[in-house]
Design a protein around this ligand. Structure first.
Ligand SMILES: [Mg+2]
Length: 341
């Protein structure tokens, strides 16, 4: 089995409501879908969304990266292609799209299914967090109440630089929904002082964790927050690779880290991170960007395959779309997810 052709297209899927974080507002999910075809006619698909704010890659950058490595990968077996891909210098999202296409060829080569490839065992439902976008306090409280009323028990609150807004909104949601689990993600919008003010300003037990409050490079600051915090501090933008994870966790600067296919460069790299977490007994969050169905589907297989190390799951992307995509091998019953097969 050798790679014969690599093609791609840009796909846009509409969102129910705009997705707002401290870094951006999105009105649809836009991604590059890559298709890798072999000499025997098998094909594998992969996807990478534009997330300039996190990985530095827009759609044009992802396409340019695919073009850059395309000739090198043609003629390779899926395994050779994966090795060349991960030795290349292209962006992590483009890598992730090509990585999952090659993994899907490996699955075809073994004549197996994704469920068998990932050795899914326990299929009891897992629950994903649901994003409550960054908005005015009343709007966020309203959205949180609506989500909770629809059976979503884990809410991920997105905040911006305004700490007073973050404190007051957290307090309002925590008192309106005392049984909801609240995760908080300001996407690097705060400084050390603001973060400490936030933690002091909310009631004890109001939130389950605080994700990446500081700029990605401020690892020392993150450590200060971790030491002061009564809830787990999760590194997201600060951890792309296994090396990052070892540095951040080794220096005890965070309690957990967030693994995303687009940051680490795909399924094979995510498996390395998950294996590392399992070995070191580190809890992880498995998350995603706003992504297309093929990449979310892979993240879901990883979630079930490594459920023992996953403390938080953040794969609500399909629920934010106007239609549930047919490519997903899992059923979403509100925020509860079960494998179809
Ligand atoms: Mg995050």
């Amino acid at each position: 089995m050798r790679l014969k052709k690599i093609t791609y297209e840009v796909v846009h899927l509409p969102l129910k409501t705009p997705f707002k974080t401290a870094l951006r507002t999105a009105y649809d999910v836009a991604f590059v879908r890559v298709c890798v075809t072999t000499d025997g006619g098998a094909f594998g698909l992969g996807e990478a969304p534009a997330t300039k704010a996190v990985t530095g890659e827009g759609l044009e950058d992802i396409i340019a990266s695919i073009e850059k490595v395309r000739r090198d990968l043609l003629g390779c077996t899926p395994q050779e292609a994966l090795a060349k891909l991960h030795a290349s210098e292209i962006g992590s999202s483009a890598k992730a799209a090509l990585d999952m296409a090659c993994v899907s060829l490996e699955v075809a080569q073994r004549n197996t299914t994704l469920g068998e490839y990932f050795a899914l065992g326990d299929r009891t439902p897992m629950e994903t967090a649901i994003t409550i976008s960054y908005n005015a306090q009343e709007t966020m409280v309203q959205h949180a109440k609506e989500a909770y009323a629809e059976g979503m028990g884990i809410l991920k609150l997105k905040f911006g630089a305004d700490i007073t807004h973050a404190i007051e909104t957290t307090r309002a949601i925590a008192s309106a929904l005392p049984h909801a689990k609240l995760l908080v993600d300001p996407n690097q919008a705060w400084g050390v002082e603001e973060s400490l003010r936030y933690l002091e300003g909310i009631a004890d037990g109001a939130i389950e964790m605080l994700e990446q409050p500081l700029a990605a490079e401020n690892i020392e600051g993150l450590k200060r927050i971790k030491e002061a915090s009564g809830v787990p501090v999760v590194a997201d933008e600060a951890v792309f690779s296994l090396e990052d994870a070892k540095r951040v966790m080794g220096s005890k600067s965070a309690d957990m880290f967030n693994i995303k296919l687009m940051k680490c460069g795909g399924v094979t790299r995510a498996i390395e991170l998950l294996e590392h977490a399992r070995q070191e007994r580190i809890g992880v969050m498995l998350g995603s960007m706003l992504e297309g169905p093929i990449s979310i589907n892979y993240a879901l297989y990883l979630a079930f395959a490594y459920r023992d190390v996953i403390r938080f799951l953040d794969l609500d992307s399909p629920l934010l779309l106007t239609h549930m995509p047919k490519e997903i091998d899992f059923i979403y019953d509100g925020s509860r997810i079960t494998p179809l097969l």
